[in-house]
Design a protein around this ligand. Structure first.
Ligand SMILES: Nc1ncnc2c1ncn2[C@@H]1O[C@H](COP(=O)(O)OP(=O)(O)OP(=O)(O)O)[C@@H](O)[C@H]1O
Ligand SMILES: [Mg+2]
Length: 461
């Protein structure tokens, strides 16, 4: 391929050009953005690798100009950004950059990116006689329902995430679709042929967390009678989804940071370093900045996770999506059976507060379908709702109500079982301490603030 390398730092420019030439590419270099722009006007390149911070025209400006010019449609842009300027890198991705690398980096780290560009060119280029797999890129609107501005922005971010290997942090209330989005990002990414491994971080006792994530060697702790691969190994080459990442206890965060940052880890009780080739998608229902402020979440870990942030809006912030969502979900729930929903029932749905978001909508429709025998009316929704939660426009959920809703909705899952166990522990610690929260927290080896968070989470205040 023909590659233009632009950097005002001569050593980086020259060594990168040399190494890329060694890989069989034809490389031209430029010392600043203006020089690059001139070259790009005169010559044709496949790839531009440019520094972000440069005199005269900087990398971002160059990128914007190129993307505004149809002549450069085919040029893939890779940005080199300084460590810590991730927001710029994200902005660059939004502007249409192919990918970015964070300085300092080893030149070889660029090779796989170039190979990906080559592979894409091949796919787009020659028509093949092989039956082509239907491209997952086409049906995002069918995988994730929602045409509101807020969801359009989410989908833009999903597309960006799918085209990069950057870690993703999904934030949003319970039931907004974080799991769904994580799996969609994986399925649309270049890692789609490798596994997507989800792991809940609300594991208790917390010693299980390390074994769960990194695996363990036989005999490394009581009960470990066989060696076992952890999630990181199982996800090799693919994506690992850390659900409720804020629940990882502080003492386990350093190891996670290392696994993410240096891409190596050891099994519990093992001494062999294992290489981790995984992309991380993490989810949280909280504002992690609060957890950083109260000392229960490491800031450096946060920065590693929060490269691309996707905030998934609550359902009540995008009521215009409810009719389409309701129809989509009903179709899914009915599984081929006949059903009907009245227009005023749909209107009723758009007015509810939805503390449990899309999952609550799923459950509501499931119940309504059952009790109505297939014809959902406004009355069915109203009578259904009265026994469960107040089904009134704008009703505010209490914490306890949200917590019960959550537990019952997750019922059956491993996570639910763990949460149940955790809740029991909290209750018995509280009882044993006669209601003294800091003593109870102490007895569990938990920070008082974490303890309080957990109480709130289960509505045990
Ligand atoms: N935009 C959407 N289009 C279609 N289905 C959706 C959408 N958003 C959510 N769902 C469905 O709603 C349900 C809940 O979504 P999901 O499990 O992804 O939520 P979550 O944010 O991970 O919740 P929690 O924080 O409680 O784990 C799932 O059945 C999912 O398929
Ligand atoms: Mg989830």
């Amino acid at each position: 391929m023909r590659i233009l390398v632009v950097d005002d730092e001569k050593i980086k420019r020259v060594t990168l050009a040399d190494d890329l030439t060694g890989e069989g590419h034809e490389v031209v270099t430029a010392g600043d953005g203006q020089q690059a722009a001139d070259l790009l006007d005169r010559e044709v390149f496949d790839v531009l690798i440019t520094d972000l911070k440069m005199p005269r025209i900087d990398g971002m400006e160059l990128l914007k100009r190129l993307k505004a010019d149809p002549d450069h449609d085919h040029l893939a842009v890779i940005l080199m950004t300084a460590y810590g300027s991730i927001p710029m890198a994200v902005e660059a991705m939004k502007q249409g950059a192919f990918d970015f690398v964070t300085k300092p980096f080893r030149n070889e780290e660029v090779f796989p990116l170039i190979r990906r560009i080559e592979a894409q060119r091949r796919d787009e280029g020659e028509p093949t006689s092989e039956p082509v797999e239907p491209s997952p890129a086409d049906d995002l609107d069918r995988q994730i329902i929602g045409a509101s501005q807020a969801m359009k922005q989410v989908k833009r971010m999903i597309n960006i995430a799918a085209r990069t290997d950057a870690n993703v942090l999904l934030s949003g209330e319970t039931g907004v679709g974080k799991d769904l989005i994580a799996s969609v990002i994986h399925r649309r990414s270049h890692r789609r042929a490798a596994p997507f491994i989800k792991t809940g971080c609300t594991l208790f006792p917390s010693t299980l967390i390390e074994s769960e994530l990194y695996g363990h060697q036989e005999g490394s702790f009581t009960g470990a009678d066989q060696s076992r691969k952890g999630r990181f190994e199982l996800a090799e080459g693919g994506t690992i989804y850390l659900d409720d990442v804020d629940d990882i206890p502080l003492e386990h965060q350093a190891k996670l940071l290392r696994a993410i940052e240096e891409k190596i880890f050891e099994r519990v009780g093992g001494n062999k370093l294992i290489h981790a080739n995984v992309r991380i998608i993490a989810s949280t229902k909280l504002n992690l900045l609060d957890k950083i402020a109260d000392g229960t979440f490491r800031q450096d870990l946060y920065y590693r996770l929060d490269v691309l942030r996707i905030r998934v809006p609550a359902l009540r912030e995008r009521r215009e999506d409810i009719p389409a969502l309701a129809r989509h979900l009903l179709h899914r729930i009915a599984r081929g059976h006949d059903y009907r929903i009245d227009d005023d029932a749909i209107v009723q749905l758009t007015q509810h507060h939805w503390p449990g978001n899309v999952r609550e909508l799923v459950n509501t429709l499931e119940r309504a379908l059952l009790v109505s025998g297939g014809h959902i009316t406004r009355e069915v929704l109203q009578s259904e709702a009265s026994g469960v939660a107040s089904f009134q426009p704008g009703a505010q959920p209490g914490i306890a109500e949200a917590a019960t809703a959550r537990v019952s909705m997750d019922a059956g899952g491993f996570k639910a079982a763990m949460e149940f166990a955790e809740k029991q522990l909290l209750v018995s610690a509280l009882e044993a301490s006669g209601g003294n929260k800091s003593a109870a927290a102490n007895s569990l080896g938990m920070k008082a603030s974490t303890f309080r968070d957990k109480l709130a989470k289960y509505g045990l205040k």
